[in-house]
Design a binder for this molecule. Structure first.
Ligand SMILES: Cc1cc2nc3c(=O)[nH]c(=O)nc-3n(C[C@H](O)[C@H](O)[C@H](O)COP(=O)(O)OP(=O)(O)OC[C@H]3O[C@@H](n4cnc5c(N)ncnc54)[C@H](O)[C@@H]3O)c2cc1C
Length: 431
């Protein structure tokens, strides 16, 4: 049987499910398709290995969609402080005071109650499936991937693995970094594999839930701490956290082969001294790290959003925050197209979506690359420069706070002077 919709969204991760909710609210007749079954919350289960630092901007968006309260009712951890520092051991380090290589932002200094929340990806996704399900014009089709998409001048037809067919004026590919929709649309990517991978480790530690997330930069990659929630009455006085260890693929492969006991000892030796006392490893997983950007965001009746359009180095935790910005932009463009009585796949509307989103996504990719290259080397002048840089950042609270407010999604735009500087950085045009 063929079902007809205005829009078919393929991929109901955080970005696809947010789009389905928002478009459903606008009265579009939407199919939200995911190959995975519907996610469910189990308060007893170990935390999802995938967690994201959601910015204040993403929080506002999720509030507007009605998902934020569901998230808080399950679990989310606000962080009020964020610290970064250089952990390279080098003789030049002795030339500088110990504190000069550390920058700490706190919510009070940025005039905001918190800097963001650490939320398990599955929790955000469950909350958004719930809000999508409450929209009468949204149909959720879970448990079947997409096997084909055909297009005519009038419509696109999406075929699912169970042979079900869905027609629509527009197909949104929100099916993640390995997007099949993107491949089916014939859209290529530019890709840069970093010389690092990430191991994410869920741990229990002794102490109350921390209100700080931090990242120490080593030449082989950063090591980060993201606080989660209390471990509950079964483990009194203990809390959960997510650690991220970035390193060379060879080192990550070695860490992967270790037993939990040996890995725990490695973490305790190799993480910064700020790490609380760990008591248990709950779970772990490895992630490849690549910068990837679709060569175009749309082709005919297909348009991309979220990781299907771009993936960035996760070191500053901005991937889904950018995806949510894509979703908001695309939703308002489609609303405009419908108000003007146009085809939802009007090429000039989809081009304006790309014109708005590509530079913003590219700017964030480039900022992450600059961080990656600045910190992933042992060249003494650069070491000195970044320490001085961190020291200068401490000494210039106004400029620092402006950039921090942008990076954390509190402000929507960088200050004009910094935007101009970023637009002159080499390599921007290739992304
Ligand atoms: C180590 C690490 C740490 C990160 N930390 C952060 C962070 O702190 N903050 C942040 O903002 N971002 C972070 N990110 C990035 C963030 O996880 C991604 O940007 C985000 O998950 C992208 O969401 P998405 O909905 O676009 O794609 P995905 O989460 O990949 O969802 C895609 C969905 O599509 C479905 N799907 C796939 N193929 C098909 C198909 N053929 N048919 C139907 N359905 C399909 C999948 O089942 C899935 O539900 C991190 C990433 C990594 C690797």
């Amino acid at each position: 049987m063929t079902q007809a919709f205005d829009i078919v969204i393929v991929g109901a991760g955080m970005v696809g499910a947010a789009l389905a909710t928002g478009l459903g609210r606008e009265g579009f007749n939407v199919a939200m398709v995911d190959r995975a079954p519907a996610p469910a919350f189990n308060p007893e289960a170990a935390p999802d290995i995938r967690v994201s630092a959601l910015s204040a901007g993403s929080e506002r968006y999720l509030q507007n969609l009605g998902a934020w309260d569901h998230i808080l009712n399950m679990r989310a951890t606000p962080y009020r402080r964020l610290a970064v520092w250089d952990e390279t051991s080098h003789p030049l380090r002795n030339l500088l005071p110990r504190t000069s290589n550390r920058v700490e932002f706190d919510a009070c200094g940025l005039n905001t109650p918190h800097l963001g929340h650490i939320v398990e990806n599955s929790i955000t996704q469950i909350a958004l499936w719930h809000t999508a399900a409450t929209e009468p014009s949204v149909t959720i089709l879970a448990g079947n991937g997409v096997s084909g998409i055909s297009r005519t001048d009038e419509q696109a037809t999406v075929t699912l693995e169970n042979s079900q067919q869905l027609t629509a004026a527009l197909v949104i590919g929100a099916d993640g970094a390995q997007s099949r929709v993107r491949d089916m649309a014939g859209i290529g990517v530019t890709r840069n594999q970093y010389g690092q991978q990430a191991m994410v480790i869920s741990v229990r530690y002794q102490g109350q839930v921390e209100d700080i997330t931090w990242q120490g930069f080593y030449p082989s990659g950063p090591r980060a701490f993201l606080p989660l929630y209390s471990a509950g009455p079964e483990y009194p006085g203990e809390s959960l956290a997510s650690l991220v260890w970035y390193d060379s693929p060879e080192e990550i492969a070695r860490l992967k082969s270790l037993s939990n006991e040996v890995l725990m000892a490695e973490i305790q030796t190799n993480f910064p001294t700020e790490l609380p006392h760990l008591t248990h490893i709950e779970d772990r997983a490895n992630f490849p790290i690549a910068r990837q950007h679709a060569k175009q965001y749309s082709a005919g009746r297909i348009v991309l959003a979220g990781d299907a359009a771009h993936t960035i180095n996760p070191l500053a935790g901005q991937g889904v925050n950018l995806g949510f910005q894509d979703a908001q932009c695309l939703q308002s463009i489609l609303k405009e197209a419908r108000r003007a009585g146009e085809d939802l796949a009007n090429p000039s509307r989809l081009a304006s979506y790309e014109q708005l989103r590509r530079p913003a996504n590219r700017r964030m990719m480039l900022t992450m690359d600059a961080f990656y290259h600045l910190f992933s080397n042992r060249v003494p002048p650069l070491h000195l420069l970044r320490n001085l840089g961190l020291g200068t950042a401490r000494a210039l609270p106004f400029a620092r706070n402006q950039v921090a407010r942008y990076a954390m999604g509190i402000d929507d735009e960088l200050p004009a002077a910094i935007r101009q500087l970023a637009s002159r950085l080499p390599g921007l045009k290739q992304l």
